[in-house]
Design a protein around this ligand. Structure first.
Ligand SMILES: [Zn+2]
Length: 76
């Protein structure tokens, strides 16, 4: 079960999210509410093949969290 690490660009809050399903992906920072916290790469999360199940946007790097919430930054 992958645990994703995120770093908020706005308030620099670091947090981890246990991902059991796609809807667990965070759409914003739990500290300040800023949208699209940046995913901090961890070897554990990157090595987790279940990331590929997120196929909202074919043009995005796998694991882009904002795709799951419908705000794909790579697609307009
Ligand atoms: Zn924040």
């Amino acid at each position: 079960m992958p645990i994703y690490e995120y770093n908020c660009k706005k308030c620099d809050h670091h947090f981890e999210v246990l991902i059991r399903k796609e809807s667990d992906l965070p759409g914003n920072c739990p500290e300040c509410g800023a949208l699209k916290p940046a995913k901090a790469f961890s070897s554990f999360a990157v090595a987790e093949p279940q990331v590929k199940t997120m196929a909202h946007c074919q043009g995005c790097p796998s694991g882009t969290p904002s795709c799951a919430s419908g705000g794909c930054p790579y697609n307009g």
